[in-house]
Design a protein around this ligand. Structure first.
Ligand code: FPP
Ligand code: MG
Length: 326
């Protein structure tokens, strides 16, 4: 999703959430803007650029929405929302090192601009600042939630590396990878919001996890469908680094030529784009979108016990996860 499309979708959700939500998100942005400073000019530059590069702020938004109107600890809420975005940003900076990605969100990655040492240091700084954000709250539970989600990210990433170039990735294993590398952080966002509201968790953690898996499935669709002007990266980057995702798994079942394809022979963006066209022609992208919508519908069903206004806005966020590809 382009920064502009992401920002306008976010504005629509914030407008539906009312002035309080807008105020909270502005506070989160303010905190994020200050977090990379105080550790030298280079880290301030690369860390600051990473944070200001855009992004939909979907995870902080989930923290604020999960808390609802009954916030008992506003400082924890704002800091937890900033912390979750920092973990997300740290993981992307490190991911770009592993993937050797030249661009993200239409800009050079930290690894491309500053080299691997600087990228690892920037990711480490953002990661450590995330936990530092939680210190003033004194909430052990908040640290536990964030730590568990960070560990899941790492496990999911390693699982993806272990699966590289394998054509026997099952649907179950793919979904578990999505859960670990993406959805557990969405769950954590919802759980942190509920924690700041002082309430016992309703089903919001489960809601977060379901829309997180849908988000990753649709992210994998976008890697195939593009267009690059919208995604900020060429089509087929997953194929080029051997990442077997749902569109490819389903397309292989429908197209014998794709079933026989060894991903190691796919080299260069032109070849990758041609394979993407073939995956799209198989009808696999529609099947992935349908699965995404089904997960989002199931997630919305978990909002029954939440007050009407909040449920409406959370449902908008859930729809946004799949609509960005419509
Ligand atoms: C992006 O997904 C990457 C992730 C969701 C997780 C990356 C996790 C790590 C590198 C482990 C390190 C974690 C921490 C906490 C520092 P993608 O590769 O599918 O999407 P992309 O196309 O945006 O790269
Ligand atoms: Mg990646």
């Amino acid at each position: 999703m382009s920064a502009t499309a992401g920002a306008s979708a976010l504005q629509a959700v914030i407008a539906a959430g009312g002035p309080e939500l807008g105020g909270l998100m502005a506070e989160v942005e303010d905190r994020l803007a200050r977090l990379a400073t105080g550790h030298g000019a280079e880290l301030a530059r690369y860390g600051g650029d990473t944070i200001s590069a855009g992004g939909k702020r979907l995870r902080p938004l989930l923290v604020c929405l999960a808390a609802g109107d009954a916030v008992v600890d506003r400082a924890l809420l704002v800091r937890a929302a900033a912390a979750i975005e920092l973990i997300h940003a740290a993981s992307l900076v490190h991911d770009d090192v592993l993937d050797r990605s030249p661009e993200r969100r239409g800009r050079p990655t930290v690894v491309a601009a500053g080299g691997p040492t600087m990228a690892l240091a920037t990711g480490d700084l953002l990661f450590s600042r995330a936990f530092a954000e939680l210190v003033p709250s004194g909430s052990v539970e908040a640290v536990r939630i964030l730590s568990r989600a960070s560990s899941a990210l790492v496990t999911g990433e390693l699982m993806q590396r272990a699966d590289a170039y394998r054509t026997d990735v099952s649907l179950e294993r793919y979904l578990e990878r999505c859960r670990l590398k993406t959805a557990v952080l969405f769950r954590a966002a919802c759980e942190l919001g509920v924690l700041a509201a002082g309430g016992p968790p309703p089903s919001l953690g489960e809601f977060g996890e379901a829309i997180g898996v849908a988000f990753q499935i649709l992210d994998d669709v976008l890697d195939v469908s593009g267009p690059p002007e919208r995604t900020g990266k060429p089509r087929g980057t997953d194929l080029l680094d051997g990442t077997v995702t749902l569109p490819f798994v389903l397309a292989r079942e429908r197209d014998p030529e794709l079933a026989a394809l060894d991903l190691r022979t796919v080299r260069g963006t032109e070849k990758a784009a041609a394979v993407c066209d073939r995956i799209a022609a198989s009808g696999a992208l529609e099947l992935c979108r349908e699965r995404g919508w089904a997960m989002v519908d199931a997630a919305k069903g978990l909002l029954r016990d939440i007050d009407r206004r909040r449920a409406t806005v959370l449902a908008l966020v859930a729809d946004g996860v799949v609509e960005r590809y419509a």
